[in-house]
Design a protein around this ligand. Structure first.
Ligand code: S3P
Length: 450
């Protein structure tokens, strides 16, 4: 899992209208959680629509290593026979989470209150990312962690033999940190409380309730206060994973910038903690509508229809919306390049510690392709060149980051000259069918060494 083999250089060329339907894969966040919670339930959880990207397969393998019985039944269809809360076995080998920050952080939380030891590693991107944000709160339960300088992987976590419940305020807006603490709280006696000042994606809370845990969420002056009663027996579930809004973002945004396009992306989860990009695009004047809005499995869902939008304007993206679109800033910056006027994106410090420093990676690649980008530690801005304007022609570094790779692939669909990716391999971590799906709509995205 560490690294994906030889680089796969790609070129994205100006294409004709993108048209048709784009069936994007299952939600990455919910896929990781389905496997982990399935492994912590007693009995058989049945999952359909699981994202079969490298990140999630890493989590499936990890759950096997912790003793759960995990089996693929068919396309996106999996069964997990769980060992129950507190039932994890000690893995016999190092757990390699590949590129997956969500995978490693949630699993560290899930094992932190069990009397077992596990060592975690990942690819060069994951090994450079901060883990202190999880090891600090799990230490409060009684877990010990030994990693490299700066709290980096590889890291060994010695779970707490006698865990105590914790009350913890997350120091940054992070659903991974919140979720790690809640998962650690599962095997602690008493009540574990997590307080978050800004709402982040709430899949863990919703799914824990679905698996039968006692969990409450209150809105108070302190923020969201989430209270979980420890040591429940989690009941196995039947889970239909909704399609990923973060993956839908790519065909939607490509359609907005490629002349004549009209693309339908059906069945997209529009949980308010995830849908910020789509509201931002509408604020910019994008021709993007939610068709057939409905509820499925307790989540708002709609079919997204995106059409070429030559009249988009740059805006200031509200910083309070950042958490609900944190993974979508790279592709937003591509759309902003084709808008008229400046798009400002304040309050986004967390972008610096994703699979890559996403402000740096996008700024470098956009500048190389003729777009003016300005940046500070926690903000950046893009000077839109209008519908005709992005020159293109450069090779960009995708820095082991799937969303950087897909964003530049979309950029090249409308630039005057082609955009080259040094490595499209990272796309497989979250969207393994991206190339075929975009080609089906009319994109000209090719591998250079074919
Ligand atoms: C995720 C939370 C976010 C997001 C990541 C998935 C999750 O990370 O960027 O892609 O599934 O909980 P942070 O918790 O670091 O904000």
């Amino acid at each position: 899992m560490s690294g994906h083999g030889p680089a796969i250089p790609m070129t994205s060329r100006k294409c004709g209208p993108l048209t048709g339907e784009a069936h994007v894969p299952g939600d990455k966040s919910i896929s990781h959680r389905s496997l982990i919670l399935g492994a912590m339930a007693v009995g058989e959880t049945h999952i359909t629509g699981l994202l079969e990207g490298e990140d999630v397969i890493g989590t499936a393998n990890a759950m096997k290593a912790f003793g759960a019985d995990v089996e693929r039944l068919g396309d996106g269809e999996w069964r997990v026979y769980g060992v129950g809360v507190g039932g994890f076995a000690e893995p016999e080998n190092v757990i390699d989470c590949g590129n997956a920050g969500t995978g490693v952080r949630l699993i560290m939380g899930a094992m932190a209150s069990s009397d077992i030891t596990a060592t975690f590693t990942g690819d060069a991107s994951l090994r450079s990312r901060p883990m202190g944000r999880v090891t600090n709160p799990i230490a409060l339960f009684g877990a010990q962690s030994y990693g490299r300088e700066g709290g980096r992987l590889p890291m060994t976590v010695i779970g707490a033999a006698d865990p105590v419940p914790v009350r913890y305020t997350t120091p940054m807006a992070s659903a991974q940190v919140k979720s790690a603490v809640l998962l650690a709280g599962l095997n602690a006696p008493g009540e574990t409380v997590v307080i978050e000042k800004e709402a982040t994606r709430d899949h863990t809370e919703r799914m824990l309730a679905g698996f039968g845990a006692e969990i409450t969420v209150e809105d108070t002056d302190e923020g969201h206060v989430i209270t979980l009663k420890g040591q429940p027996e989690l009941m196995p579930q039947t889970i239909a994973v909704p399609r990923d809004p973060s993956s839908a973002a790519f065909p939607v945004c490509a359609a907005l910038i490629v002349p004549g396009s009209d693309v339908l992306v059906p069945n997209i989860g529009l949980n308010p903690t995830r849908a910020g990009l789509f509201y931002t695009l509408q604020d910019m004047g994008a021709d993007l509508i939610f068709e057939n809005p409905r509820e499925e499995g307790g989540e708002p869902v709609a079919d997204l229809r995106a059409k070429y939008s030559p009249n988009m304007k740059g805006i200031v993206v509200p910083p309070e919306r950042a958490a609900s679109m944190i993974d979508e800033y790279p592709i937003l910056s591509v759309v902003a390049s084709y808008a008229t006027g400046k798009t400002e994106m304040p309050g986004v410090h967390e972008l610096r510690v994703k699979e890559s420093d996403r402000i740096d990676a996008m700024a470098k690649g956009l500048r190389a392709n003729g777009v003016t980008v300005d940046e500070g530690e926690d903000w950046w801005s893009v000077e839109g060149l209008g519908p005709e304007g992005v020159p293109g022609g450069a090779t960009v570094a995708t820095v082991l980051d799937h969303r950087i790779a897909m964003s530049f692939a979309c950029l090249g669909m409308a630039t005057q000259k082609p955009v080259h990716l040094d490595d499209g391999g990272p796309i497989a971590t979250s969207f393994p069918v991206f190339e075929g799906l975009m080609a089906g709509l009319g994109a000209q995205l090719t591998r250079d060494n074919k």
